[in-house]
Design a protein around this ligand. Structure first.
Ligand SMILES: *Cc1c(COP(=O)(O)O)cnc(C)c1O
Length: 384
């Protein structure tokens, strides 16, 4: 457990980032007299994503989870449809489709990386398969060229879970612009944050108009506001997916500050990498391999321990010294909810990452001294 109250030298796993202008923009949103969704700051953010990343349509949502749920509605996922999802991910990746009655077919991770193993996907496709949902773990790209070719051959939708992938690229192209749809998260643990928030990227223009209707509770309100519809009325299913202008104002400040935020993260990441590479080379733990052709976004720094017991001992050792490092996903095919529904296949790589992966503290204002303490504590654990 986290000691409570926190000791003064406690290093948390994450701290929400205040880049600077957030409170001023929130003040401006209040002064503008419109706090509900789709106001000035929402539209600024959305235009930024459309222009800067080349998305056909960008819709802010209240969370990455909501963006995934919108995707499942938009693709008309029906009971009995099958959706292929990596087991090593957050619940929302699968749960968004389970809410529509889909059966989740879990894919294993690559042997060397938590991302799903695209070479193993074809065997999972059946006549009921409708979509594949790759997760770019830690902002590192899945093999999208191969995955998109496979999806085209079988006429499947591709929804990227790009929750952790803002500002990451593959061969120059932003992650989240490869699939028909993509979900981003602006939860406070992600690189850019709105407290809670998300984005649905609509990359297939044929889906854009209906996406906006689903976003606006099944109404044509957005088109009506632009003068494109004669009446404001209920035209389809939908829900309330819009964040308030307060969240959009916070996010806008983060988008403006993104280069500085990313530089800080890159510096921290590279400091961990150079300090810990010798221990990795000596075989004490593994590091995630870089993906060829990728521009990383420095979302997380992970160690791959040699065993679950050693992983747990490392976390406890850090905690005793007032440092909170954390494991990551317990594979979803082994979860209390889905295990009885899973088809029984073993997914050894997802399980191994669930047992051995550790994330070290990495946040924008982690001090040099604080980071050195994390590094020397890891060194003490192994070399002690
Ligand atoms: C954070 C995250 C989500 C959920 O995003 P929220 O904004 O917290 O709803 C979904 N998938 C992955 C891979 C994530 O990391």
């Amino acid at each position: 457990m986290i000691p409570s109250p926190l000791p003064p030298d406690f290093i948390p796993f994450n701290r929400p980032c205040l880049a600077g202008p957030e409170l001023e923009y929130i003040r401006q949103a209040v002064a503008a007299g419109k706090l509900s969704g789709n106001g000035l700051f929402t539209r600024r953010c959305q235009q930024f994503f459309e222009q800067h990343y080349g998305m056909a349509k960008a819709l802010l949502t209240t969370s990455g989870t909501d963006a995934l749920e919108m995707a499942a509605l938009l693709l008309d996922i029906q009971p009995g449809d099958e959706v292929i999802v990596p087991s090593y991910t957050f619940t929302s990746t699968a749960n968004a489709f389970v809410l529509r009655g889909a059966r989740i077919v879990f894919a294993d991770s690559r042997p060397d990386h938590p991302n799903l193993d695209v070479t193993q996907l074809e065997a999972l496709i059946t006549p009921r398969t409708r979509a594949i949902v790759p997760v770019h773990y830690g902002g590192q790209p899945c093999d999208m060229p191969a995955l998109l070719a496979l999806a085209r051959r079988h006429t499947l939708w591709v929804v990227e879970d790009a929750a952790q992938a803002i500002e990451a690229r593959f061969e120059g192209r932003p992650l989240g612009t490869f699939g028909h749809l993509a979900a981003f998260s602006f939860h406070e643990t992600k690189n850019l944050s709105a407290g809670e928030g998300g984005l649905l990227a609509v990359n297939d223009p044929a889906l854009a108009a209906r996406a906006e209707i689903i976003w606006e509770k099944g109404t044509n309100r957005a088109a009506f506001a632009r003068g494109e519809a004669a009446r404001y009325e209920w035209v389809d299913v939908g829900s309330s997916f819009l964040p308030s202008e307060l969240n959009a104002a916070y996010l806008w400040a983060q988008l403006e500050s993104r280069h500085r935020i990313q530089q800080q993260r890159q510096h921290l990441w590279e400091t961990y990498q150079s300090a810990l590479a010798p221990l990795a080379a000596a075989g004490f733990f593994g590091l995630l391999p870089p993906v060829a052709g990728s521009q990383p976004n420095w979302h997380l720094f992970a160690l791959l321990c040699r065993s679950e017991a050693e992983r747990d001992a490392l976390l406890a050792f850090l905690r005793q010294r007032h440092i909170l490092a954390v494991f990551h996903y317990l594979p979803l095919h082994r979860s209390p909810y889905y295990a009885p529904r899973h088809d029984g296949r073993q997914l050894p790589h997802a399980e191994r990452f669930g047992q051995t992966l550790v994330r070290l503290p990495l946040y924008h204002d982690l001090s040099r001294i604080g980071q050195q303490r994390v590094i020397s504590t890891v060194q003490d654990f192994y070399l002690g």
